[in-house]
Design a protein around this ligand. Structure first.
Ligand SMILES: Cc1cc2nc3c(=O)[nH]c(=O)nc-3n(C[C@H](O)[C@H](O)[C@H](O)COP(=O)(O)OP(=O)(O)OC[C@H]3O[C@@H](n4cnc5c(N)ncnc54)[C@H](O)[C@@H]3O)c2cc1C
Length: 417
């Protein structure tokens, strides 16, 4: 039987959930991704700061979908979408579709300063996390051998740009590495004296949270030694410094957590995009004029019933993935699609060891309770991984004992400049 062909681009939260919802249905599904694994991005900073191994937060797409007999996984880079011909251009060859679900996610935006990326990597992929881990660990190693005082100070200064959840989590974890994990491991330098500076362009960190939780997050960061600077707009980044207008902060390690831009694939659709390159979608998640093409997750610009944009969060992508699959099946069987409604179950961000802020069902939480809620939610969502309880145990152990153990190992020093 010639079943309709549904192509899903991206095996992240949105695409993987769409593919799973299509498993066992009367369609032929092809899931395309440029990587062979699904990545649990919310725990990336734990890999970047040596609290977890890469394999703890990545699962091969093939094994996750092993039992889905009607789903084929292909490792491929999708280069363009031809809406008229209903075909995708791949790195090698083309692929026709009857229905298309685009879930290619988002990457970093340097607000027109792409040349800063080499000095200030962002955190989006496993490669990014391992590169950040390498830079952080090597900064301490280099500082231990450095005889020039100013250069040693620059090596022991870590700047995180962007005070959203990723920036807050990264800065908190970096401060704890220096103050606790490696505090007694060096002989020349004192890691506890390392500076971790969090720069936020807006008025407060965690701007998407209520003001009282932002304040608590800032206090908690300051308690563990992070210098938080709001209304600090970065104007230049070089190999050894960050500039705020005329002010120079000498730092050998700068990490970028400030801007997000939708996957470049969106630009090939020929539709109007928003400033972050996202694709505006209809309430049923389709592109205007193309009911057979649905765009979900970080790549899409979707509004809730009140007209507010939905945030770039994993639960949004997961729910949209399932909904998009359902709408594809409805359309193929001649039924009308349904509008998407986001069920907001809460937002949370960790600040360091056993501290977090969260808003769950309108209730504001902070401290240990929020951190336990965060831990529970994140572990429960670790799909298809080796053993989510093993991950939980390893991680809890590392937290309780301040150990990062073997994960503190890194490669040889390569200079960036
Ligand atoms: C460091 C970090 C921490 C985060 N923390 C949280 C958190 O605590 N809570 C939360 O809810 N959200 C968090 N998020 C956001 C959340 O991860 C995203 O909202 C979610 O991943 C979006 O899902 P998606 O399916 O749209 O995209 P992704 O999960 O990014 O998946 C996109 C997939 O598309 C593939 N792809 C892209 N382009 C192509 C192409 N041209 N060809 C083939 N394949 C392609 C990619 O390889 C990737 O697998 C975090 C994000 C980051 C980066």
């Amino acid at each position: 039987m010639n079943l309709p062909h549904v192509v899903v681009v991206g095996g992240g939260f949105g695409g993987l959930n769409a593919a799973r919802a299509l498993a066992g249905q009367p369609v032929r599904v092809t899931l395309l991704d440029r990587r062979n694994h699904h990545l649990f991005q919310p725990l990336l900073y734990q890999v970047a700061t040596a609290a977890l191994n890469a394999s703890d937060i990545a699962a091969p797409l093939r094994s996750v979908l092993r039992r889905a007999g009607n789903v084929t996984v292909l490792l491929a880079e999708v280069e363009r979408v031809d809406l008229g011909a209903r075909r995708l251009g791949l790195d090698r060859g083309e692929l026709a579709y009857d229905a298309l679900i685009l879930a290619a996610g988002a990457g970093h935006s340097y607000f027109g300063h792409e040349d800063w990326e080499v000095f200030a990597p962002g955190l989006k992929t496993l490669e990014d996390a391992l590169e950040i881990r390498r830079r952080v660990l090597l900064a301490y190693e280099s500082a231990e051998r450095e005889t020039d005082g100013a250069e040693q100070k620059a090596l022991l200064t870590f700047v995180v740009v962007g005070g959203g959840p990723t920036g807050v989590e990264l800065a908190g974890a970096l401060a704890e590495i220096s103050r606790q994990t490696i505090a007694r491991d060096f002989r020349v330098i004192d890691p506890t004296g390392a500076r971790v500076i969090l720069l936020e362009g807006g008025a407060r960190v965690l701007a998407a949270f209520p003001e009282s939780l932002s304040r608590r997050a800032q206090n908690a960061l300051e308690q563990i030694g992070v210098e938080v600077r709001a209304r600090a707009t970065v104007t230049r980044v070089t190999a050894d410094a960050v500039w705020l207008g005329g002010e120079q902060i000498r730092a050998r390690t700068v990490l970028w957590a400030a801007g997000v831009a939708a996957a470049p694939l969106a630009r090939t659709l020929g539709v109007e995009l928003d400033r972050s390159g996202r694709v505006p979608v209809e309430p049923d998640l389709s592109i205007p004029g193309h009911p057979e093409v649905l765009v979900i997750g970080d790549m899409s610009l979707c509004r809730d019933e009140k007209g507010a944009h939905l945030p770039g969060l994993a639960p949004v992508a997961i729910q949209q993935g399932r909904h998009a699959a359902d709408n594809v099946l409805r359309r193929l069987s001649g039924r009308p699609p349904r509008p998407f409604r986001y069920r907001d179950r809460g937002t949370m961000a960790t600040i360091g060891r056993a501290k977090a802020v969260a808003v769950i069902g309108g209730v504001k939480l902070s401290g240990l309770v929020a951190w336990l809620a965060w831990l529970f939610v994140h572990i429960m969502f670790l799909i298809g991984f080796r053993n989510r309880f093993l991950v939980l145990f390893e991680w809890a152990w590392a937290y309780l004992t301040w150990q990062r153990g073997a994960r503190l190992i890194t490669g040889p020093w390569r200079r960036r400049d």
